[in-house]
Ligand binder design. Structure first.
Ligand code: NAD
Ligand code: TYD
Length: 360
């Protein structure tokens, strides 16, 4: 039985990935989920699979070398899928330190521990092992011109402390391949959306605020472009890269689904009005005049757009969920998980929210 070590599995994409893998492989695989449960890590995301015999949760910090080495020593790990990170750009602008610690130093601990566990006496590596670093399109910087895209060969030009720290982890991963031959792949994905996304990111924040008749904050002129991908399509791409990706290679993952932020907000409002029955009191809270232009994010990247040609040609992956369908699935999920939203929007998140928006 193949064993996967998933870091950051209690977060948004990690928990969707774990669900995807159990749906696809059932009892054929084992997953060890290592997460230190920051504000973004939520074990409620994994409630329905936590009793499986082939699943284990371990609360540990990826910067804790001793703990991570012990996990490798106690489990015969075949695949590492490294999601754990500080992931929110606005937080990185306020507090870059933790981003460097987790995204750079934590990644190096993960790489070192995998190397230690998998390296043979002659410096080669055990067969059929792989380390996948979950990177982001933000490492490539910002595109200005319509019609230009990020390719795997696009030089790195990160602007935010978040993307710079992800770029450092990304380059370290490649360095471990180039220097030691550690079997790795790197995937650079565009913006994800879907179930379990923490409501500090644009899409769940707008859904949540709109349903409560709260202001809908738009940074700058609202014309920044992001390339949105439904999270299950990302999970599938990671699985396919682990199966078929050539060692040492990077693969871009994206859906050719570029939209301005203001367009996204209008689609969400229209879809909410369409999906809510007239009898639902929240329907009249959903109003366009709540859209509020606020101070722009510092160093705000203008446009991201992924060219997913390589992953399509070499691996056979392509995005399956069109945005119209994905956004309906996401909204439906939030309708059905009001309790989840109540829990995550209490406590720390509220404090953070006030700090972030009170000055805007
Ligand atoms: P998230 O913030 O929802 O989840 C991150 C998880 O990592 C949380 O469960 C958190 O508790 C855990 N974590 C943080 N620091 C840790 C540490 N020191 N030790 C152990 N666990 C720790 O993030 P996400 O949106 O699910 O993103 C997951 C990965 O995918 C990240 O590496 C991110 O850079 C990358 N990515 C995200 C997107 C996106 O649109 N969200 C797009 C491309 C790539
Ligand atoms: P976000 O979801 O934070 O993802 P990222 O910064 O990693 O792309 O933001 C997506 C876009 O939405 C980005 O251009 C910033 C913008 N944005 C707003 O306009 N208002 C908001 O309240 C948030 C959270 C983001």
């Amino acid at each position: 039985m193949r064993t996967y070590l998933v870091t950051g599995g209690a977060g948004f994409i990690g928990s969707n990935y774990i669900h995807y893998m159990f749906r696809k492989y059932g009892d054929e695989i084992k997953i060890v989920n290592v997460d230190c449960l920051t504000y973004a890590g939520n074990l409620e995301n994994l409630k329905d699979i936590e009793d499986r015999e082939n699943y284990q949760f371990i609360k540990a910090d990826i910067c804790d070398r001793e703990a991570i080495e012990r996990i490798f020593a106690e489990n015969d790990i075949d695949r590492v899928v490294h999601f754990a990170a500080e992931s929110h750009v606005d937080r990185s602008i306020k507090n870059p330190d933790i981003f460097v610690r987790t995204n750079v130093l934590g990644t190096q601990v993960m790489l070192d521990s995998a190397k230690k566990a998998w390296e043979l006496a002659d410096g080669s590596f055990m067969a059929d092992k792989k380390f996948l670093y979950v990177s982001t399109d933000e490492v490539y910087g910002s595109l200005e011109e319509e019609g230009s895209y990020f390719y795997e060969t696009t030089p790195f030009a990160p602007h935010s402390p978040y993307s710079a720290s992800k770029a450092a982890g990304d380059m370290l991963t490649k360095a471990y391949f180039d220097t030691y031959g550690l079997p790795v792949n790197i995937t650079s994905c565009s913006n994800n959306y879907g179930p379990y996304q923490f409501p500090e990111k644009l899409i769940p924040l707008i859904i949540n605020n709109a349903l409560q008749g709260k202001k809908l904050p738009v940074y700058g002129d609202g014309k920044n472009v992001r390339d949105w991908l439904y999270v299950d399509d990302h999970a599938k791409a990671i699985d396919m890269v682990l199966e078929k990706g050539k060692l040492g290679e990077r693969y871009n993952i994206g859906g050719h689904n570029e939209k301005q932020n203001i367009e996204i907000i209008h689609i969400i409002l229209d879809t909410l009005r369409e999906m809510l029955p007239d009898s639902d009191p929240r329907k009249e809270l959903v109003r366009d005049d709540l859209i509020t232009y606020v101070t722009d994010r510092k160093g705000h990247d203008r446009r991201y757009a992924i060219a997913p040609d390589k992953i399509k040609a070499e691996i056979g992956w392509y995005p399956e969920t069109m945005f119209e369908e994905g956004i309906r699935l996401t909204i439906q999920w939030f309708f059905e998980h009001e309790e989840w939203m109540k829990h995550v929007t209490s406590g720390d998140y509220q404090k953070y929210y006030e700090e972030m928006y009170s000055s805007k």
